[in-house]
Design a protein around this ligand. Structure first.
Ligand code: ADP
Ligand code: MG
Length: 690
C-alpha cells in the first residue's frame, strides 16, 4: 500500500520536542499527567559544603572564588566555590564560553551534583549550576526527573507535564466507597499525581522510588482496574459477536487426517487441539494464541483445526508472513489433505494473472476449502464463500490492522471467523495479560520425542577458516549432513546483504570442491526461491548459504549444522528461531555462532544465553530482561502496553481488588467504566481489539 500524501501545508509543523511527545503517545493532557518521573532531585535544601559526604547527591550554594581553564591532563574548566563552611571544586570537561562567563569569580551559584573525593579535596564533576540572587527562594517540592532525550529535553518535559497536570480532568469517576477500606483510604488520583510529580519534602523517597507509596498504590490500582475493565468490555463485545459453531462430526476429514499422520501427537499437541476444538464448537469467535517453541509441531494442530472447519462445511484460511513459509505450509497441508479430497488454493503476491483469477474464483465459490498464502489472502478482492477459521502463523509479524482485516472477511454474513494465531516466540503470561485485553492462550510445552538438543558453540571471526575446514571434513567424510550458512544482517541495506551472501557463497563453493552449494536471498523471485529450497530439501544441495529469509518455519530435517555469521548482529529471539532450523532430524546437530569482536555487553549476554539454553521459554525470559517489554512485544511504543505501572505478579492484592470491582462497575455504572478506560487507555483502543 502506498503512503498517504503528506499532511496539508496549512497545518503548522510540530516542533521537534512536540513531535517527540507525540511519538511517545503523550498527546492528551491526561497522557502527560500519567507520565511519571523516573526519580527526583532534592533542591529544597542547601547542604553546608563542610557537611558533604563522598558519594552523596546534594545541593550547595556558594560564591565563586576562582575559575580557571586548566590544560595539564586535558583541557577543563575548574571552579572553586566557597560557602561559610568550606570550599568545593567544580570540574567541567566539556563547557561553553557562556558557562565560563556564568561562573566568573564573585558570582553566587546554586549547584546540584554528586560529591566525590578529588585531588584538591571534595569536588563535583559536571554538576547542574544555576546563578541565583541571595534571596532566590528554594523550591518547596522535590524536582521530578523524567525520562528525557536529546529531542525531548528535561526542561521542556517538566513544563509540558506541569501545564497538563493543571488542565487534565482528574475528577473521581466512581465512588471510592465501592473499594475495600484500605484502598478507599488511598489518596485520590488527583492528589496521587500531584504527589508523584511534585513530592513535598518529608515524603519517604524510597517508597516513591520503589513504587510502594500510597500514591503509587492508587495509580497501580486504577491502571489494573482499567485493564480489567477493558478485558471485560472486550469479552462482552466478543460474546455479542457470532461465529459459525464448528462442531465435531465423527467419521469425517478430521478422523481421516488424524489416522493418516505419520506420527503420534504429543500429549501437549492433544491438549491444545482439544482447547481449540472446544472454542470452535461455540457460536462466539475463538480468539486464541497458540504458542510453542520452534519445532514443537504447531502446523499439525492448525491442520486439525482446519479439518474441523472443513468438516462443518466452512473454509479455512492460513496466512504466513513470508512467501517461503507460506509455501512450506502449503506443501505440508497439500500432502496431508489433498489425498483426503480437500481442494487447496494458493494466494501470494507473486501469483498473478490467470492463476490468481482461478484461485480467487475457487475461494469465492467455496470450491477451495483451504486457502493458504501470504498477505495476499487479505487483499480486498479476495472474497470467501464461507470463511469459518483464520489461522495466522508467526502472528507477531503481522500488524493489528492485518489481523482485523482477516476477521472482517466474513462481514457480509454478520459472522466472524474463528481466529487462531500461532507464535514461536512464547509470550510470558503476565506480559500477554498486560498487552492483550482479550486473548486466550494455548501452549505446546513439549517437543516431539527423539529430538536431540542442538549443541551451540561460539567462535571468533578469526576462526572462520577453521569452521570452513570443519565443514569440508564432515562433508568429505561422507556424513549425510546438510549445512545452513546464515549471512549477516546489514541494517537497512538489502544490497550489502546480497553482496555479502554472494561473496560467502563463492568462498564456500571454492573451499568445498565437488559439493553443491546453493544461495538463497531476498532478491530471488518466489519461483527461484522455491526451486533452491526444493533442491536443498531433497539433498541435492548439501550447503545452503542464506540471508535471514530462512528465519521462520523452514523445515528440512536432514540439516544438522548451522553456521550463523556475525551472530552478534542478531536479536536473541531471531538467533533462537534460526537455530530451530537444525536439530529436526535424527542426527545430533551443531550451531556455530561466528562473531566479530569487540562485543557489546548485551551482545555478549545474548550469545551466552544461546550457549546456555535451548529452551524457547527461557530464551524469551532472557530476551525480555535484555530488551524490556515494549521492544520484546514489537510494540510501536511502550504506550501500547495496557500496564505500565502495575505488575501482575508483584501487585496481586491490587489485582484482586480490581478484579472484584470491574464486573460491578461494568454492570452498575457502565458510563463510569467507559470513562475510566478512556482516561487510562484512550488512544490504544485499536490495540486492545486485537
Ligand atoms: P513449529 O511448531 O515450529 O511450526 P512444525 O509444525 O513445523 O513446528 O513441526 C516441526 C516438525 O515436527 C515437522 O517436520 C513436523 O512434521 C514434525 N512433527 C510435528 N508433530 C510431531 C509429532 N507429534 N511427532 C513427530 N514429529 C512431529
Ligand atoms: Mg511453524
Amino acid at each position: 500500500m502506498s503512503a498517504p500524501p503528506s499532511p496539508s501545508p496549512a497545518r503548522p509543523a510540530l516542533s521537534a520536542p512536540a513531535r517527540a511527545l507525540r511519538k511517545l503517545g503523550l498527546v492528551r493532557d491526561i497522557d502527560l499527567a500519567l507520565h511519571l518521573p523516573l526519580r527526583y532531585e532534592d533542591e529544597t535544601r542547601l547542604v553546608p559544603i563542610a557537611a558533604l559526604h563522598d558519594g552523596e547527591h546534594a545541593q550547595v550554594q556558594g560564591v565563586v572564588r576562582d575559575a580557571r581553564i586548566e590544560t595539564r591532563s586535558r583541557r577543563q574548566l575548574v571552579v572553586w566555590l566557597a560557602d561559610a563552611s568550606g570550599e568545593l571544586v567544580l570540574r567541567f570537561l566539556h563547557f561553553y564560553p557562556s558557562q565560563q562567563r556564568q561562573m566568573g569569580a564573585g558570582r553566587l551559584l546554586r549547584v546540584l551534583g554528586e560529591v566525590r573525593a578529588g585531588l584538591l579535596g571534595r569536588e563535583m564533576v559536571h554538576p547542574t549550576v544555576r546563578a541565583v540572587a541571595p534571596d532566590t527562594p528554594l523550591p518547596s517540592a522535590l524536582t521530578p526527573v523524567y525520562p528525557a532525550s536529546a529531542q525531548l529535553p528535561q526542561a521542556y518535559l517538566r513544563k509540558a507535564v506541569e501545564a497538563a497536570l493543571a488542565r487534565a480532568p482528574l475528577a473521581a469517576l466512581w465512588p471510592d466507597a465501592l473499594l475495600p477500606p484500605e484502598l478507599a483510604a488511598l489518596p485520590s488520583l488527583r492528589d496521587a499525581l500531584q504527589m508523584l510529580h511534585h513530592p513535598v519534602p518529608g515524603q519517604p523517597l524510597a517508597a516513591l522510588e520503589d513504587r510502594s507509596h500510597p500514591a503509587w498504590q492508587r495509580l497501580k490500582f486504577e491502571e489494573l482496574l482499567a485493564q480489567q475493565l477493558a478485558q471485560g468490555q472486550a469479552q462482552s463485545a466478543r460474546a455479542a459477536l457470532r461465529a459459525p459453531a464448528l462442531a465435531a462430526r465423527s467419521g469425517a476429514l478430521y478422523d481421516a487426517l488424524a489416522a493418516a499422520l505419520p506420527f503420534r501427537l504429543t500429549a501437549a499437541q492433544r491438549r491444545v487441539a482439544a482447547e481449540i476444538e472446544r472454542d470452535l464448537a461455540r457460536a462466539q469467535p475463538m480468539h486464541r494464541l497458540l504458542q510453542g517453541d520452534v519445532g514443537s509441531g504447531k502446523t499439525v494442530v492448525a491442520a486439525l483445526a482446519a479439518a474441523r472447519a472443513i468438516d462443518a462445511g466452512w473454509q479455512c484460511a492460513l496466512m504466513a508472513p513470508t512467501e517461503l513459509l507460506a509455501e512450506q505450509h502449503l506443501r505440508k497441508l497439500v500432502d496431508w489433505l489433498r489425498p483426503l479430497g480437500v481442494q487447496v488454493a494458493w494466494l501470494s503476491g507473486s501469483r498473478k494473472g490467470r492463476a490468481r483469477a482461478e484461485a480467487l474464483a475457487q475461494v469465492a465459490s467455496g470450491a477451495a476449502a483451504l486457502v493458504v498464502g501470504t498477505h495476499a489472502v487479505i487483499q480486498r478482492d479476495v472474497v470467501f464463500a464461507r470463511l469459518g477459521l483464520a489461522v495466522v502463523d508467526e502472528q507477531h509479524r503481522f500488524g493489528v490492522a492485518q489481523r482485523l482485516a482477516l476477521r472482517d472477511k466474513l462481514d457480509q454474513q454478520q459472522l466472524e471467523p474463528h481466529l487462531l494465531m500461532m507464535s514461536a516466540t512464547p509470550i510470558p503470561r503476565t506480559l500477554a495479560m498486560s498487552y492483550f485485553a482479550d486473548l486466550d492462550v494455548s501452549t505446546i510445552d513439549e517437543l516431539p520425542p527423539g529430538r536431540k538438543p542442538v549443541v551451540t558453540r561460539l567462535f571468533g571471526e578469526d576462526k572462520r577458516a577453521q569452521v570452513v575446514a570443519r565443514i569440508r571434513d564432515e562433508l568429505a567424510a561422507g556424513a549425510a549432513r546438510q549445512v545452513y550458512w546464515v549471512c549477516p544482517l546489514v541494517e537497512e541495506s538489502e544490497h550489502v546483504d546480497l553482496q555479502n551472501a554472494t561473496a560467502t557463497h563463492a568462498e564456500l563453493a571454492a573451499a568445498l570442491p565437488g559439493t553443491a552449494v546453493g544461495l538463497l536471498h531476498g532478491r530471488l523471485g518466489a519461483a527461484e526461491k522455491a526451486a533452491v529450497m526444493a533442491r536443498f530439501t531433497c539433498g541435492e544441495l548439501r550447503v545452503l548459504v542464506a540471508t535471514t529469509v530462512i528465519e521462520v518455519g523452514v523445515d528440512v530435517p536432514a540439516a544438522s549444522l548451522m553456521v550463523i555469521e556475525h551472530a552478534e548482529r542478531f536479536g536473541l529471539a531471531q538467533l533462537h528461531q534460526l537455530r530451530g532450523r537444525v536439530g529436526r532430524g535424527a542426527a545430533a546437530s551443531v550451531c556455530v555462532l561466528l562473531y566479530a569482536a569487540p562485543l557489546s555487553a548485551t551482545a555478549k549476554q545474548r550469545l551466552r544465553a544461546m550457549t546456555e539454553t535451548s529452551d524457547g521459554f527461557e530464551i524469551a525470559r532472557r530476551d525480555l530482561a535484555l530488551r524490556g517489554p515494549g521492544e520484546f512485544m514489537g510494540a510501536r511504543q511502550s504506550g501500547d502496553a495496557l500496564l505500565r505501572f502495575a505488575d501482575i505478579d508483584g501487585d496481586a492484592a491490587l489485582l484482586d481488588a480490581a478484579r472484584a470491582l470491574a464486573p460491578r462497575l461494568l454492570r452498575e455504572q457502565p458510563e463510569a467504566a467507559a470513562a475510566h478506560v478512556q482516561r487510562w487507555l484512550g488512544g490504544r483502543a485499536e490495540f486492545m481489539k486485537a
